[in-house]
Design a protein around this ligand. Structure first.
Ligand code: SIN
Ligand code: CO
Length: 373
């Protein structure tokens, strides 16, 4: 089903995005859960799906990672089951992501779904991403504190909690309400009535991730092999000190690698389109001919992008699932990045170019796009 989100995006971005948490009451009218608790439990039994159970009994926090074989012995209170990247595995749940595609696709991370029984929750914590928590069935009380320096600690090796906080938001959410929380604001959801929650997460990379990934790229591409040189060296009094101008030269060597626009774009395109969660790529790839694909598109069929596949344009280059797409038709490749469903209208005259039809066929046969029957 297509979800209609009642949200004034320009106003939301100006007032709240990355600034303040907010409850958006009735953001979805007559909200219908896209997945049942049983289906979620089924996904948590699959090894490809990243899932966990968190419980809190008699003051004792516990956490277990999936895949799970059964859910007996958990009791009727005080636990939650959480599964990451459900949008990769469950098409109706992936529909929930669509209303948020107003935001840049490169910032989107995944759809996490939780099922919680009364008393369940993961405890007070801080996330380093922007999250829209949609309330599905049931109800939960959400408390959000201000973004202040806070002590974090591990009540269990797999859980990172924060000290108690004074809430700036303290509300019961009903089906269709959304709680938006920017990075760094402590929050805690306590379940009143058995509940489903849908977290649409947006994550910005941190400097550490960027530097480490760029270093990998430099190694793979044999960049930065030139050594420091100092033909202008003169005698100095203190030979045990690295001089400021030398530090500046070393910094310059590193910055010049990052400043190379071609390498920067090639690296970033690959980095940002590398999936952080497994994709549901069909094991038996399709074997279409280019003619079959062109005919189907010209007859009005459309191609749907594999859910969770990261397809982005960076500068004038196109990246799909960490690979740069060498294309004969930049306009059509741009459409592949822009739209998650494409047909003749979006691809235009590229369909009459056999070289582009060949590129598209390779992508479809790899399982990256498919005809929705
Ligand atoms: C949950 O759904 O219980 C966890 C969501 C969150 O706090 O990020
Ligand atoms: Co959280």
């Amino acid at each position: 089903m297509a979800y209609q989100l009642n949200l004034n995006w320009p106003e939301f971005l100006e007032k709240y995005w990355q600034k303040q948490p907010v409850v958006l009451k009735h953001a979805f009218v007559d909200f219908v859960d896209p997945i049942t608790p049983d289906e979620l439990a089924g996904l948590a039994m699959e090894p490809e799906v990243d899932s966990r159970i968190v419980s809190h009994v008699n003051g004792q926090w516990q956490a277990w990672n999936g895949p799970f074989e059964q859910f007996d012995n958990l009791g009727e209170t005080n636990w939650s089951l959480l599964a990451q990247a459900v949008n990769h595995w469950h098409a109706p749940a992936a529909e929930l992501v669509k209303p948020f595609q107003v935001l840049p696709q490169w910032r989107f991370d995944d759809l996490m779904i939780s099922f919680s029984v009364p008393g369940g929750g993961v405890g007070p914590h801080i996330d380093q991403y922007d999250v829209f928590i949609i309330q599905g069935m049931g109800s939960r009380r959400w408390r959000v504190g201000d973004k202040l320096p806070m002590r974090q600690f591990c009540p269990h090796p797999a859980l990172l909690h924060v000290d108690p906080f004074t809430p700036i938001i303290d509300e019961d959410l009903e089906p269709g309400d959304i709680l938006y929380i920017p990075p760094g604001f402590p929050h805690d959801g306590f379940t009143h009535e058995t509940a489903m929650n849908y977290s649409i997460g947006f994550r910005g990379p941190n400097g550490r991730d960027l530097i480490s990934s760029f270093a990998d790229y430099a190694l793979e591409n044999d960049l930065g092999g030139e050594h420091y040189s100092d033909p202008d060296l003169t005698c100095r009094e203190h030979t045990g000190r690295v001089e400021a101008y030398e530090l500046e030269r070393l910094r310059g060597m590193m910055i010049s690698m990052i400043n190379d626009p071609e390498h920067f774009e090639k690296w970033f395109g690959s980095f940002i389109t590398t999936p952080r969660h497994e994709l549901d790529i069909a094991p038996e790839a399709d074997d279409y001919t280019a003619q079959e694909i062109v005919d189907a598109l010209k007859e009005g069929q459309v191609l749907t992008r594999l859910s969770g596949l990261r397809v982005l344009r960076v500068g004038d280059r196109f990246f799909i699932n960490s690979e740069c797409l060498e294309t004969v038709d930049a306009q059509a490749a741009d459409a592949l990045c822009r739209y998650t469903v494409i047909g003749q209208q979006e691809l235009g005259s590229a369909l009459d170019n056999p070289a582009f039809a060949g590129e598209l066929t390779a992508l479809v046969n790899q399982g990256y796009w498919y005809f929705d029957e």
